[in-house]
Design a binder for this molecule. Structure first.
Ligand SMILES: *Cc1c(COP(=O)(O)O)cnc(C)c1O
Length: 375
């Protein structure tokens, strides 16, 4: 197979423009002699907290661990207990669900709105039982999933709201929090971030973070991620080793100031696609000002045919995601659930290029190619 003219994503290209700064940052860490914790972590945490609009940020090993640590910390501080039910979207990346089940919590799946592909907040009330203790809202594909209805259901039922912000750093909801923020990650009780290399803010390896305004939660997450100790050789929890590497913190500090530019580039591409793609076989995503377009996801009844056609015409694509979590082999216990919207989406979604590797001219060319597809 030859090289695609319009690759889906090329991480070397993404990081090439930062290479001199990244090399300086790596040299800083190497010369510091401090390879676990230290000032790079502290500075990155402060910068992330300011960017998000939260009191605290805690750097951790990756996005899945960020979610697990939030739930484990809520269990340690008595806000959750194993066996509690947690509302999760049926259309999400499996990590959201893995974090819930790993902590002995029970996922209750809520189907997506077929226009936004995010959890349909109108269906939340019916999913609540006496055992429900939290909502894990996922801002999928970079589109905020947080509105008045979600906040009202949580308040009425005394539920915690945890945001899976892995795909949506820098996004703004139309909802405004009590403290006046709109940014995803600042809206609920706690939020998890992934800096996996393909995410909008990508490290050069695995990395993640937790943000919150709750000092007790922040301190518990930090302790749990560091063997459960609150001070050296004093273990108050049966903890883990889930710390953020300072070399990744240093890389993230290089890239965070450019995230605004990255986001506006993604928005430009999404606007070009939305104004240029017109094909009766293809449904475009809904444009919303606050989206950060981690993925630009088309819907097509003949998705595999469209993907093959695009590849043959030099356009790389991806499927996010081909199998919903409840149908994964590891979750046989959920395979009898009826979640037809998520199941149907898994056969129809197709992500087209929307990263910094794609130029506005590329996007116009890709739109033309999509428009020439017929079944
Ligand atoms: C990437 C991702 C995660 C997991 O993050 P990792 O850093 O890969 O562990 C969790 N949830 C969502 C929605 C993601 O996209």
């Amino acid at each position: 197979m030859g090289k695609l003219r319009y690759p889906f994503l090329n991480l070397g290209t993404v990081n090439y423009k930062f290479a001199p700064l990244l090399k300086d940052a790596a040299a800083r860490v190497i010369d510091s002699g401090r390879y676990v914790g230290g000032s790079e972590n502290e500075s990155f945490e402060q910068e992330l907290a300011v960017f998000t609009g939260t009191e605290y940020a805690v750097g951790v090993s990756n996005g899945l661990d960020a979610l697990r640590l939030i739930f484990k910390a809520y269990i340690e501080i008595g806000r959750l207990a194993p066996g509690d039910e947690i509302i999760v979207p049926s259309n999400t990346y499996i990590a959201s669900v893995l974090a819930v089940t790993d902590c002995g919590l029970i996922p209750i799946f809520v189907e997506p709105d077929s226009r936004t592909l995010n959890m349909d907040t109108a269906k939340l009330a019916d999913a609540i039982s006496a055992k429900t203790k939290a909502i894990l809202t996922v801002h999928l594909y970079g589109r905020p999933c947080y509105d008045e209805q979600l906040a009202a259901v949580a308040t009425r039922n005394g539920l915690l709201i945890v945001e899976d912000n892995a795909q949506a750093i820098g996004a703004d909801a139309r909802y405004k929090s009590k403290k006046g923020t709109t940014r995803t990650g600042s809206l609920g009780n706690a939020a998890a971030y992934s800096f996996y290399p393909t995410k909008n803010l990508g490290a050069l390896g695995d990395a993640g973070a937790v943000t919150t305004d709750d000092v007790e939660l922040a301190m518990t997450v930090r302790a749990l991620a560091n063997y459960g100790c609150d001070r050296r050789y004093h273990n108050i929890y049966e903890g883990y080793n889930c710390r953020l590497d300072p070399i990744q913190a240093a890389f993230l500090r290089v890239k965070l100031p450019y995230l605004k530019e990255e986001t506006s580039h993604r928005r430009t591409l999404a606007e070009i696609y939305n104004s240029s793609i017109a094909n009766p076989y293809v449904i475009k995503p809904k444009l919303e000002a606050g989206c950060v377009w981690h993925q630009y996801v088309l819907l097509c009844e003949t998705r595999d045919g469209l993907a093959t056609y695009l590849k043959n015409n030099g356009v790389g694509t991806d499927v996010n995601y081909p199998v919903p979590p409840h149908l994964q082999p590891c979750y046989k216990r959920f395979s009898n659930l009826s979640l037809p919207i998520a199941e149907s989406l898994a056969t129809r979604v197709l992500s087209i290029p929307v990263s910094s590797c794609t130029s506005p001219d590329d996007a116009r060319a890709i739109a033309e190619i999509v428009n020439a597809y017929c079944e």
